[in-house]
Design a protein around this ligand. Structure first.
Ligand code: HEC
Length: 197
């Protein structure tokens, strides 16, 4: 029994040694590190430029109005993706998860976080209804002042869905009664009359 244990222990030790030798060899293989010199290239730098015309994966290619929210430095005024009830529902879903705790479920800036925040407060997004759609997209994508970017939490198309939902919030709290569907107008009139003393 004792011999068996000793044998196992010896195996375990050699096992470890072989493992660490393999790792060691990979660790010390010849390679260039950032900022090192390399005479193979005319500029003697090991670091290379990306080949001409390549686009980093994290910078999406395509219409800059959609990917950056602006064309030639001018913010796009409207949401540049096709809107459907599903897109709006997705925007609401993401807004409720990522934005509402600061800007309020209604986008009016009323939230527990806002009540307790010492720095600049999250503003009402409803009050910003005259700002172009690209302004909201860029705030989500790049951050705004003390607000960080939420590009990691919300992928590109969903960011526009959130902007579309913010537009819906802005409209829902500023719509004149005459523009509401007849049924809703009737219902609201009845409620007002019933509420009268
Ligand atoms: C942790 C709290 C917080 C969250 C979450 C948050 N914001 Fe903000 N947001 C702020 C604050 C604070 C400011 C004001 C920053 C400043 O002025 O420095 C701001 C500013 C903005 C502005 C610019 C307002 C202006 O004056 O033009 C927009 C647009 C905006 N947020 C949209 C969003 C959207 C959309 C989301 C969700 C994707 C979101 N925010 C999530 C806190 C938050």
């Amino acid at each position: 029994m004792r011999r068996l244990l000793l044998g196992l222990a010896a195996l375990a030790v050699t096992g470890c040694e072989i493992d660490s030798r393999i790792l060691q060899r990979m660790e010390v293989q010849p390679k260039y590190k950032a900022y090192q010199e390399n005479d193979f290239f005319a500029d003697h730098r090991a670091m290379r430029e990306p080949p001409f015309g390549t686009i980093p994966r994290e910078r999406p290619a395509g219409n800059p109005g959609v990917t950056a929210g602006a064309v030639d430095g001018v913010l796009v005024s409207q949401v540049p993706i096709q809107l459907t009830p599903e897109v709006l529902a997705r925007g609401k879903h993401k807004y409720d998860i990522v934005c509402s705790q600061c800007h309020g479920v209604l986008g009016d800036g009323n939230s527990i976080v806002a009540e307790n925040m010492a720095l600049r407060l999250p503003p009402s997004l409803v009050a910003l209804k005259d700002k172009p759609a690209g302004h909201f997209y860029q705030a989500i994508t790049y951050g705004y002042g003390v607000m960080p970017s939420f590009a990691g939490e919300i992928r590109l198309e969903d960011r526009w869905a959130v902007v579309a939902y913010v537009r819906a919030l802005q409209r829902s709290q500023n719509v004149p009664l005459a523009e509401a569907p007849a049924q809703v107008q009737e219902q609201l009139r009845r409620q007002t009359e019933e509420g009268r003393p």
